[in-house]
Design a protein around this ligand. Structure first.
Ligand code: GUN
Length: 284
């Protein structure tokens, strides 16, 4: 029997309705949640992502501000923009779209965001809170969305072997921490991992977050595994596809996320959720 689909679009719709209600409740208390999105330069993919984030805010009743800055913006100018947003009480979340043009220091820019407005969850204060389990900070949106999908299908993580392929600060590392916090036994694989398939075959839960089309083949997946595909690649025909060979792997997995319509919509949903959370914290 082929795997059941984990429908990120349907789950997103459901969660976004709840988020819109929370936004309305906050607005009625005179505290309309606000998100600022900063885009430097004209990267076409980033422009699409940013447009989708702004549209999602509008649909949820979250106030949004888009700051489009020219590609030549200096580090100092960008830091001044962030300082102004940090001081702006109508803004509860600040997101600087990555990647930044090469002359800018992305790490320094992220650290300049006030931790209480770090709705992307990339600041070291957020990373530290996730790592230690201490309160505060925000969880990065993509892995948090993956966890929500696992919860939505009732996937028990305690004692399971979760294998995360990819070790980025945005997805792989925080994903591993979230799974560990749920008492899964976690293995992180990466580009230097020897015999990747030997490890992924042990996974009860497999998360692929590498950015390589068809990296995960049928032979690399244990029958009955839950497979979460974070990849967003374009194949030779220009079609959007993940890191998992979907047609093949769905023959062996018990659950699988499609691309598109899986993790993608959940990332923006969790950004909205973090913005609401930030506004609620500001409300005290
Ligand atoms: N670029 C790709 N994904 C993301 C994301 O989740 N947040 C930001 N700020 N930039 C990104």
């Amino acid at each position: 029997m082929p795997a059941q689909l984990i429908d990120g679009l349907a789950l997103s719709k459901k969660l976004r309705l709840q988020i819109a209600q929370q936004a309305q409740a906050l607005s009625e208390q005179g505290l309309r949640p606000g998100l600022a999105v900063v885009l430097v330069g004209e990267d076409p993919a980033s422009q699409v992502y940013v447009r989708n984030k702004i549209k999602a805010c509008e649909e949820a009743g979250i106030h949004s501000v888009l700051q489009k800055l020219p590609a030549q913006t200096s580090q100092q100018e960008l830091l001044e923009h962030i300082a102004a947003l940090n001081a702006d009480a109508s803004i509860h979340g600040i997101l600087v779209q990555l990647p930044l043009p090469k002359h800018l220091d992305a790490d320094a820019v992220i650290e300049a965001i006030a931790p209480e407005k770090d709705v992307d969850g990339f600041h070291i204060a957020s990373a530290g809170a996730l790592m230690t389990g201490l309160p505060g900070g925000f969880w990065p949106c993509t892995p948090h969305g993956c966890l929500q999908m696992l919860d939505a299908i009732g996937c028990e993580l305690r004692g399971k072997h979760a294998v995360v392929v990819g070790r980025s600060n945005i997805v792989g590392k925080p994903m591993a921490m979230m799974l560990l916090a749920r008492s899964a036994t976690v293995t992180i694989c990466h580009s230097a991992t020897a015999d990747l398939g030997a490890i992924t075959r042990q996974a009860d839960v497999l998360v692929a977050a590498v950015g390589k089309e068809k990296l995960i083949t049928r032979e690399m997946v244990k029958p009955g595994a839950v497979v979460i595909d974070v990849g967003m690649n374009r194949n030779a025909q220009g079609k959007l596809c993940g890191d998992v060979d979907f047609e093949q792997v769905q023959q062996v997995a018990s659950w699988i996320t499609p691309v598109p319509g899986g993790v993608g919509p959940m990332t923006i949903t969790m950004l909205l959720a973090n913005t609401i959370e930030s506004a609620q914290r500001a409300a005290g």
